[in-house]
Ligand binder design. Structure first.
Ligand code: ATR
Length: 281
């Protein structure tokens, strides 16, 4: 039952397709018996500022922010966490008293998935990131903050990979950065890497962004695409002996971190996994 006392949270984006956050967050509130609700709210870009101020006036406790608002929302916030500042993107808003505070839990969510589900520590490892958008930036930052040895950004539009690398280069003593296009000498680069992350939007429709014959058993392959749960890239990787990390795990842990920011309670991970149809072993 939703009443005048119910605590309100939700997600804003446009269009709001394929979001699994409502089912995951509402399952978490229910599991802990919390009188909280999470609502999907499509917000057109021209309405972003009024939506944020309006949701604050309506007493919302928190929001998730998704495409295309993650970068655009920054000017409407009173405070921004240091990681969100570096990422230049916010995926979580906390309406904290009179203040609107922005966080970015994407990097943290990815690191949590790496460490707890496949026991991978970035320190000293070589990573290839496919794509150079907002998601690639968060992944590159969290890997560099955790002392990855090298990060190669491969993107269809080379200039975007180059500008991402230019903004990161020299800021992390332990990490070398490189930008390439898909025409570069990819088999060699990929052969010698430890981690491959697909952050492009290729994979929702059973397409592949790289030739799977370049993969071998020494690779960990992560895909941020989470529908289907096992993308063609992950299926092909698994069949070549790679460890794999499905995008739903990053969704899970970034959502758990948002939940904890809003409620100050520990997120019920098992219930959230079940809501996402992820195994709970
Ligand atoms: P996100 O915030 O999820 O990172 P984004 O900023 O829109 O989303 O980035 C999408 C990424 O997918 C980009 O790196 C994009 O490549 P371009 O910079 O060349 O556009 C990549 N991408 C999208 N469609 C692609 C395709 N068909 N082949 C290769 N890369 C693609």
């Amino acid at each position: 039952m939703v009443t005048e006392k119910t605590n309100l949270t939700g997600i804003i984006g446009y269009p709001l397709e394929k979001t699994l956050s409502p089912v995951m967050q509402n399952a978490a509130f229910k599991a802990l018996g919390f009188d909280w609700v999470y609502v999907p709210m499509p917000v057109m870009p021209q309405n972003l500022e009024t939506a944020i101020k309006g949701l604050q006036s309506l007493g919302f406790k928190g929001l998730n922010v998704t495409m295309p608002h993650k970068e655009k929302v920054l000017p409407y916030l009173d405070e921004i966490s240091s990681f969100a500042k570096m990422a230049e993107a916010v995926n979580t808003i906390h309406f904290d008293g009179l203040k609107i505070i922005g966080y970015n839990t994407d990097g943290r969510g990815f690191l949590h998935a790496l460490e707890s589900d496949v026991h991978f520590k970035p320190e000293g490892k070589r990573a290839v990131i496919l794509g150079a958008g907002g998601a690639a930036r968060s992944i590159a930052l969290i890997l560099a903050l955790n002392e990855a040895a090298s990060i190669t950004i491969i993107n269809r539009t080379l200039s975007k990979a180059e500008s991402l690398v230019a903004s990161l280069k020299g800021r992390f003593a332990e990490t070398k950065f490189e930008a390439l296009s898909f025409d570069g000498n990819l088999p060699k680069i990929i052969d010698s890497t430890d981690l491959i992350v697909n952050s492009t939007s290729v994979g929702w429709e059973e397409e592949l962004v790289i030739d799977p014959d370049w993969l071998h058993g020494g690779h960990l392959v992560a895909d941020l695409v989470y529908i289907p749960q096992e993308t063609k890239l992950l299926r092909e990787a698994k069949s070549r002996g790679c460890k794999t990390l499905p995008g739903k795990l990053m969704l899970l842990y970034q959502g758990a971190a948002s939940f904890e920011i809003w409620t100050k309670a520990q997120a019920p991970l098992d219930e959230m996994r079940k809501a996402l149809n992820l195994s709970t072993e």
